[in-house]
Design a protein around this ligand. Structure first.
Ligand code: NAD
Length: 432
């Protein structure tokens, strides 16, 4: 199984005339079962995986008729509600990498949603770009995303998608053409719009909580921000409003560096243009570093040179190896505010958009207020206190709290998505 490439898997699917398939967890055997016996080898891999597989309730797949794009919907845990999480359009070396990524990301969404107190379960969509085609081709994208919508319609709502890496607002509109099981639709169609500003305030709340934990405030601090994009730019503004002494920021895009520089000409902002892969901003002599660019920047190379006492940013999956690097940071006495805690506003902002909008919506704003038990600020404090008490790294503590919360059933619908999954299996959804 290990080295099966994506084209090899597609060949197998075609040989057996399999267009749609799934793996569903059986609580009695404690194993996933495949929809097709020919795919038992994939089920065996999932069952043997100790790293990313964790009783995922179901994983659904379809191969598109045109373009041979393999599309997946990974459903981790749905006790709190339908599995929610974005869909990414990505490239993978092999099947193992694809399945692992989907399982890991879906589990991450269970944690993010539960810790935010949302009545949503955790899931993730992953589609594999077929490199024979131009990823930016309009016709290709329109087809792929419209087919993804049809796929979700077939899954009857056990997974509700959203925007993610590689997916644009236009793509979301294409999904919305063929399913109602999506959030993050464009504003012009009644969606909630870009969540980056609320996300920046979530990061700010995490920073303030980490400082409060040490009896300090943002006033007079120096903050180094990696990335100057949609989240980082408003974050820099909020930091100046809190009277920080200085912000040092870096980006690889010269246009972005210049436009942010222009915006803050009267402030003490040092904006740098860096090469891709240049992580030197993370070893700045400062109080806080805020990774707001890409994932996996906290690793063997960067952690030993960090001088800041606090890490708190928006980027997803900042720890290259969560187990190892969480501990490395903890052992160095640096406070790490877990990314899935601070960047929750992305999903919070769109998750409940079907309920409509009100000004200063309390169901959104309370996540950013200091006194709400499940808000970013109080949750960060609770994680830091528990981490200190138990001498365990913060991510580990946050995951434990999130996992406990994810076991609570939806107050109205109970574990309804599990019933949806069972009915899909019973009705052989993959044959329709
Ligand atoms: P963005 O694409 O607008 O900004 C990212 C910026 O990082 C870009 O300007 C890019 O040029 C820059 N960059 C890339 N590699 C870099 C490097 N090595 N060094 C310095 N800069 C680099 O994205 P965003 O919406 O601001 O999101 C930032 C991060 O936060 C992403 O990891 C995203 O997944 C995560 N996130 C965002 C939201 C949201 O609401 N936008 C929500 C949750 C998580």
């Amino acid at each position: 199984m290990k080295n099966i490439s994506i084209p090899e898997l597609i060949k197998i699917l075609k040989e057996y005339d399999i267009k749609r398939f799934c793996f569903v967890y059986n609580r009695q055997t404690e194993k996933v079962e495949p929809s097709h016996k020919e795919l038992q080898f994939l089920a065996d891999f999932i069952n043997s995986d100790k790293c990313d597989f964790e009783e995922h309730e179901a994983m659904f797949f379809q191969l598109t008729d045109k373009y041979d794009v393999l599309q997946g919907a990974f459903v981790h845990r749905t006790k709190r509600g339908q599995a929610a999480g974005g869909v990414r359009f990505w490239q993978y070396e092999n099947v193992e990498e694809f399945l692992r990524d989907g399982m890991r990301l879906a589990k991450g969404m269970t944690h993010k949603n539960a810790l935010a107190g949302l009545w949503w379960g955790g899931g993730k969509g992953v589609m594999i770009h077929n490199t024979d085609f131009n990823k930016q081709d309009k016709g290709y994208r329109e087809y792929v995303y419209t087919e993804y919508g049809k796929f979700l319609t077939r899954l009857k709502g056990c997974y509700v998608t959203a925007e993610d890496v590689g997916t644009s607002v236009e793509d979301m509109a294409n999904i919305y053409k063929s399913t109602r099981f999506t959030t993050c639709i464009p504003e012009s169609l009644g969606g909630s719009g870009n969540p980056s500003e609320p996300t920046s305030r979530g990061v700010l709340a995490g920073m303030e909580a980490a400082l409060a934990f040490r009896g300090e405030t943002l006033e007079g601090k120096t903050v180094a921000v990696q990335g100057m994009g949609h989240v980082a730019e408003p974050l820099i503004g909020h930091l100046f409003n809190k009277n920080v002494k200085k912000v040092i920021a870096a980006d690889i895009n010269p246009d972005i560096v210049n436009s942010v520089k222009e915006k803050f000409t009267d402030k003490n902002l040092e904006a740098r243009l860096v090469e891709k892969g240049d992580n030197s901003i993370l070893s700045e002599d400062c109080d806080i570093i805020a990774p707001c660019a890409v994932g996996a920047t906290l690793n063997d190379k960067t952690i030993p040179s960090i001088k800041a006492g606090i890490i708190c940013g928006a980027a997803n999956n900042q720890l290259e190896n969560p187990e190892k690097h969480d501990k490395m940071i903890f052992d160095r006495g640096i406070i790490y505010v877990p990314d899935f805690l601070t960047n929750r506003m992305g999903i919070v902002n769109c998750a409940n958009e079907q309920y409509g909008y009100v000004d200063n919506d309390e169901f959104i704003e309370r996540h950013l207020q200091k006194d709400w038990k499940h808000g970013v600020y109080q949750t960060t404090l609770s994680v830091l206190q528990e981490s200190q008490k138990t001498e365990k790294p913060t991510s580990k503590v946050a995951v434990k709290q999130a996992a406990e919360m994810s076991m609570r059933e939806h107050p109205i619908f109970g574990h309804r998505s599990l019933k949806i999954i069972q009915s899909l299996v019973k009705n052989k959804w993959y044959e329709n």
